[in-house]
Ligand binder design. Structure first.
Ligand SMILES: NC(=O)c1ccc[n+]([C@@H]2O[C@H](COP(=O)([O-])OP(=O)(O)OC[C@H]3O[C@@H](n4cnc5c(N)ncnc54)[C@H](OP(=O)(O)O)[C@@H]3O)[C@@H](O)[C@H]2O)c1
Length: 267
C-alpha cells in the first residue's frame, strides 16, 4: 500500500481520500494530511481517520506520493521545504490552471509531476478527471495515479495543450449545467407550477433523459428527432431555442471559459 501525503485537506482532497478508502487502495494509516490556518485537516482526520501531520517533514516522511490540493492562489505561499522534501516522490497536482512547468519548478527533484483537472461531481465519485504528466508514467506510477483519481470517477489522459479546453468543458461544465437547470425550473414556475412541482418535473426529466441517452447508446441528435413530431410541441420549443441562438450561446460559453483559463494560466 502506498503512503500518501496531502498538501491541502479541503473538498477535493477529502473526495480523493474517501475514494481511496472506499476502493481499499489505502488504509487511513497510509495517509497524512496538512492544511493551512483553518481546521480542514482536523476535519478530514475526524471524517476519514487519516493522520494530521505536524509540518512538512512529518508529512512527507516515508511518503511515496504527494497530492497538491490547496487553492492555486495558495500555491505561492507554500512552505519552500516541500520542494526538496519531495525528492524522488511522485507529485500529483489538482490545481486548476497551474501548469506542469510551474509545479515542476517548485517540485524540481520529484520523480514525476502529474497534473489533473477534476470536477465537482468527483465529490460523489461521479466526476471526470483529465490528467497529463511531465514525463510518461511508469506502469507502477500509472497504477498509483489511477488509484488516486478513480475514486473521483472516470479518468481521461489528455495532452496538457488541451487542459484549458477540458477546464471549460468538464471543469466549468457543472456550473453551466446548474445554470440550465435553474433557468428551466424558473421557466416552469412561470408556467404556473409551484417551485416543488417544478423541481420534481425538471430534475426527473433531465435525470431520466440522460439515463435514456446512456442506455440506448444513441446520439442526442437522433433521440431529439425521435421526440420531435412535425408541427408538434417539441418542434415549437426547439424552434424558439434556435431563434434564441441556443447552440451559439453554448459554444460562446465554452470559448469564453477556455479563453479565461488561458488568461489565468499566463498570470
Ligand atoms: N472544487 C472543485 O470543483 C475543483 C475542480 C477542479 C479543480 N479543483 C482544484 O482543487 C484544488 C482544491 O480545491 P478545493 O475546492 O478542495 O479547495 P478548498 O476546499 O478550499 O481546500 C484548500 C485546502 O488547502 C489548504 N491550504 C491553504 N493554504 C495552505 C498551505 N499554505 N499549506 C497547506 N495547505 C494549505 C486549506 O486549508 P485550511 O482551509 O484548513 O486553511 C484547505 O485544506 C484547487 O486548486 C482547485 O483549483 C477544484
Amino acid at each position: 500500500m502506498p503512503k500518501l501525503a496531502f498538501i491541502g485537506s479541503g473538498r477535493m482532497a477529502g473526495a480523493i481520500v474517501q475514494g481511496l478508502l472506499r476502493s481499499k487502495a489505502c488504509r487511513p494509516s497510509d495517509i497524512a494530511v496538512i492544511g493551512g490556518a483553518d481546521s480542514t485537516a482536523a476535519d478530514l482526520s475526524k471524517a476519514a481517520g487519516v493522520r494530521v501531520a505536524s509540518g512538512p517533514e512529518d508529512l512527507l516522511e516515508g511518503a511515496d506520493a504527494v497530492v497538491l490540493a490547496c487553492k492555486p492562489q495558495q500555491f505561492d505561499g507554500l512552505d519552500e521545504r516541500y520542494g526538496p522534501l519531495s525528492e524522488g516522490k511522485l507529485v500529483l497536482s489538482i490545481l486548476a490552471g497551474t501548469k506542469l512547468e510551474t509545479i515542476g519548478r517548485f517540485f524540481d527533484v520529484a520523480r514525476n509531476v502529474v497534473r489533473a483537472m477534476p470536477n465537482t461531481p468527483g465529490a460523489i465519485g461521479r466526476g471526470v478527471t483529465a490528467r497529463c504528466s511531465a514525463v510518461p508514467l511508469t506502469p507502477e506510477d500509472a497504477k498509483l495515479v489511477g488509484a488516486l483519481l478513480s475514486g473521483l470517477g472516470e479518468v481521461i489522459e489528455l495532452p496538457e495543450s488541451m487542459f484549458d479546453a477540458v477546464t471549460a468543458v468538464s471543469g466549468s461544465g457543472p456550473g453551466f449545467f446548474f445554470e440550465y437547470v435553474a433557468a428551466y425550473e424558473q421557466a416552469a414556475v412561470a408556467l404556473g407550477f409551484t417551485p416543488e412541482q417544478a423541481k420534481l418535473l425538471v430534475r426527473r426529466t433531465f435525470e431520466g433523459s440522460l439515463a435514456l441517452l446512456q442506455s440506448t447508446g444513441d446520439t442526442p441528435d437522433n433521440l431529439r428527432v425521435q421526440v420531435t413530431s412535425p408541427g408538434g410541441t417539441t418542434k415549437a420549443g426547439l424552434d424558439a431555442l434556435a431563434a434564441a441562438k441556443f447552440r451559439e450561446a453554448v459554444a460562446a460559453a465554452l470559448i469564453a471559459a477556455k479563453k479565461r483559463g488561458e488568461e489565468l494560466g499566463r498570470k
